[in-house]
Design a protein around this ligand. Structure first.
Ligand SMILES: NC(=O)c1ccc[n+]([C@@H]2O[C@H](COP(=O)([O-])OP(=O)(O)OC[C@H]3O[C@@H](n4cnc5c(N)ncnc54)[C@H](OP(=O)(O)O)[C@@H]3O)[C@@H](O)[C@H]2O)c1
Length: 376
């Protein structure tokens, strides 16, 4: 990649380091950092895991001759923090070690930092160069920025369609439960990698009824996302894989089961309101399933996103089906779509959603075309 100057070259390296934390650091941002002395990188670090050391701390730890820090430049893709979170402020470390120059990719949108890091360093005599590769740095942390600025998760839509535009075959009433695959095993592995990168995966009621997906990470290594299921009238069988307690599931519904009652025996809620997650485990039919009531009045999608925001969920992949995807597309509530088009012709079935936006990338994954589209 062509770099216009040294600062950009080193900031690119920070981004390469930062991305290694994907799927591990949320709801923290992905951050990479390095220290340069006389045009040599003397140490590198990145934020590896939520609650653990920040990138700057790991970079400083990697310098064997700490005297050099007094002459070095620190590069970092996100403004150093000024507040005590799970770890002490990085600005304290920079000042304590006497690092004279700090090059920053982008300010931190977190109101607890938001320019305070840059100001504090400058006021204490550190030369600060902000805004190096700012767009690239914001794009890397699009989940974190969207959560802080728009107060909702980054929304990724994902589906696979046949060559003639269907996401499923027409199924007779007695058809077996399970997906009709459109893409190859390689594409499915990629989808598992994507699940490991995001905090939540959401599907509609019919997808659970017809495909019975597990919605976890099996063909890749990483954390399982929170499984989010829409089940307005509590139609889903408790034997569905999403209720197998192998990972957490959140159900958006109009009704909440009464204490000690099964989902099927739930009474209609007197008033449906967006409420905090039910804190009483006796109200839940199974250990890792929680219910959240929403009003299905045309603002359901916004209410779901608001609740996910309050749960510190910074990204969600919506994996279908058509009704669910369309309900988010119609309201413009999406950021990115990842659409596979396979080689088979279905002739009939469930119509694929249509989407328009900026095509960011397209590539072949075995026999399927993968298009990545961003919302304008
Ligand atoms: N090829 C792929 O990538 C892919 C992926 C997933 C699924 N699929 C296929 O898609 C089919 C299922 O799609 P589908 O369109 O029939 O159903 P769906 O989107 O899975 O579920 C639709 C149902 O979920 C509830 N729902 C979802 N979003 C809602 C909203 N915003 N507001 C209110 N209710 C909402 C409603 O349930 P109520 O009717 O109970 O109110 C609605 O009827 C299956 O055949 C499956 O195999 C394909």
């Amino acid at each position: 990649m062509a770099c216009h100057n040294y600062n950009e070259k080193y900031m690119h390296r920070c981004l390469e380091l930062a991305i290694q934390g994907i799927g591990q650091v949320a709801p923290n941002p992905m951050v990479g950092s390095l220290l340069v002395y006389e045009d040599l990188i003397i140490a590198e670090g990145y934020h590896r895991s939520y609650g653990e050391a920040h990138a700057e701390v790991n970079a400083v730890r990697g310098v064997s001759n700490k005297e050099l820090l007094r002459y070095a430049t620190l590069y970092v893709n996100l403004e150093p923090c000024t507040h005590h979170g799970k770890t002490p402020p990085c600005t304290d470390l920079i000042l304590e070690k006497g690092i004279p120059r700090v090059v920053i990719g982008t300010p931190d949108p977190n109101p607890l930092v938001a320019g305070n890091g840059i100001r504090l360093l400058s006021e204490n005599g550190v030369e600060v160069i902000p805004g190096v590769l700012e767009n690239e740095c914001k794009d890397l942390n699009k989940r974190f920025f969207t959560w802080h600025i728009h107060k909702r998760p980054w929304i990724i839509l994902k589906w696979a369609r046949s060559a003639d535009g269907y996401i499923d075959l027409e199924r007779p009433a007695n058809a077996p439960i399970g997906p009709n695959w459109i893409t190859s095993q390689t594409a499915r592995i990629l989808v598992h990698k994507w699940r490991a990168e995001e905090q939540a995966v959401l599907v509609g009621t019919n997808t659970v009824l017809k495909d019975n997906p597990r919605l976890n990470v099996r063909d890749w290594s990483g954390k399982d996302p929170l499984r989010v299921v829409i089940d307005r009238n509590l139609k889903l069988r408790s034997s569905s894989h999403v209720f197998d307690n192998s990972s957490e599931t959140l159900v958006f519904t109009e009704r909440i089961p009464a204490p000690g009652k099964t989902a099927e025996a739930a009474k209609p809620a007197k008033e449906a309101i967006v409420q905090e997650m039910n804190p009483d485990p006796s109200n839940m039919p199974s250990g890792k399933t929680r219910y959240a009531e929403i009003i299905f009045d045309g603002t359901a999608e916004l209410q779901m996103l608001k609740l996910l925001y309050r749960e510190n969920i910074q990204s969600v992949i919506i994996e279908g089906g058509a009704f669910t995807l369309n309900s988010f597309i119609e309201k413009g509530l999406w950021d990115e779509a990842r659409v596979f088009t396979g080689p088979a012709y279905f002739r009939n079935g469930v119509r694929s959603p249509e989407i328009t936006g900026n095509r960011k990338e397209s590539m072949m994954i075995d026999n399927s075309l993968l298009e990545i589209i961003y919302n304008r």
